[in-house]
Design a protein around this ligand. Structure first.
Ligand code: NAP
Length: 276
């Protein structure tokens, strides 16, 4: 498994996203994913599936210390006491004594970032997580979070796929030695997978459009991706991207789709995004 080195973290560059997975299906998919080679699982307190994710980890044949587990604290729990309780409750549900990465799921518009970054650091110092990071932080907030943190942040997890321009944010992450982990990496299987630039490359390499898009992610320095699938057969497909490489022309043609600037995850509590 290819990995990204990010301020002390060693992150498998493909992980399994678990948003919307639930119940026994979630447990079985997590276990299957680990058994076919995944070593990175992404969940969050708000996904309501941490118990099933933990059960899947235990049902797999893979040792805990080989798995990179990420969870997140929801944006309404960013005061220090709430933050600590949320992280501890996540560990209890997962059945783990620590996670590998703890993220602020979304920045808050009302809770001071300094208080939350202090709580995030305290979670690491108290052994709840090995590494810390943020999610959905645009560049200006990321710079502020980095300034406030006592240790380097490892990750900013953000929406990223070829139809969304994240050039500025990726540059900021790289400048700080951080990884940028792409969520919605397949644009949720929308029009992207039918784009001629993607389909043509897929034909050339005997790969699927989804594999081409995931390859496009991991071929960028410091970028990882956490595709989600509810289908067992696609677990292996989404991991089987390390035996081919896109040419510079193919990378550039797919990157040029960013002109669409088509963002999926935009909510009333979202921060002001980077201008493009
Ligand atoms: N930090 C945040 O705020 C945040 C926000 C959103 C998501 N996330 C994380 O990122 C993960 C991934 O994002 P996402 O689930 O929104 O979107 P995604 O991974 O881009 O897309 C998932 C969709 O793509 C389909 N798909 C998966 N593999 C495929 C393949 N090989 N070929 C064709 N279609 C395929 C899936 O359908 P099937 O199930 O039918 O395969 C599903 O409908 C989430 O699960 C979550 O862990 C984080």
């Amino acid at each position: 498994m290819h990995r990204i080195k990010a301020n002390g973290a060693n992150i498998p560059c493909i992980g399994l996203g678990t948003w919307t997975l639930s119940g026994g299906a979630c447990r079985d998919l997590v276990a299957n994913a680990l058994d076919v080679g995944y070593r990175h699982i992404d969940t969050a307190a708000s996904y309501g599936n941490e118990r099933e994710v933990g059960a899947g980890i235990r049902a797999s044949s893979v040792a805990r210390n080989e798995i990179f587990v990420t969870t997140k604290v929801w944006y309404t729990d960013l005061h220090a006491g709430d933050f600590r309780r949320s992280a501890e409750a996540s560990l209890e549900r997962l059945g783990l004594d620590h996670v590998d990465l703890l993220l602020i799921h979304w920045p808050s518009r009302t809770i001071a970032l300094a208080e939350t970054i202090d709580a995030l650091n305290a979670a690491r110092e108290n052994g709840l997580t090995r590494h810390i990071g943020v999610s959905n932080f645009p560049t200006s907030l990321l710079v502020e979070a980095i300034r406030l943190s006592r240790v380097p942040l490892a990750v900013n997890q953000v929406e990223y796929h070829p139809m969304l321009d994240q050039t500025k944010l990726l540059g900021a992450c790289r400048a700080e030695g951080m990884a940028m982990v792409s969520y919605c990496p397949l644009q949720r299987g929308r029009a992207l997978l039918d784009r001629q630039e993607v389909v043509a490359a897929a034909r050339r390499y005997g790969k699927t459009p989804a594999q081409v898009v995931l390859r496009w992610h991991v071929q960028q320095d410091g970028v990882g991706a956490i595709p989600r699938t509810s289908r067992r057969e696609r677990l292996a497909e989404n991991l089987d991207i390390f035996d081919f490489a896109l040419s510079d022309d193919e990378m550039n043609a797919i990157s040029a789709l960013r002109r669409a600037n088509d963002r999926i995850c935009d909510f009333h509590f979202a921060p002001e995004w980077d201008p493009v």
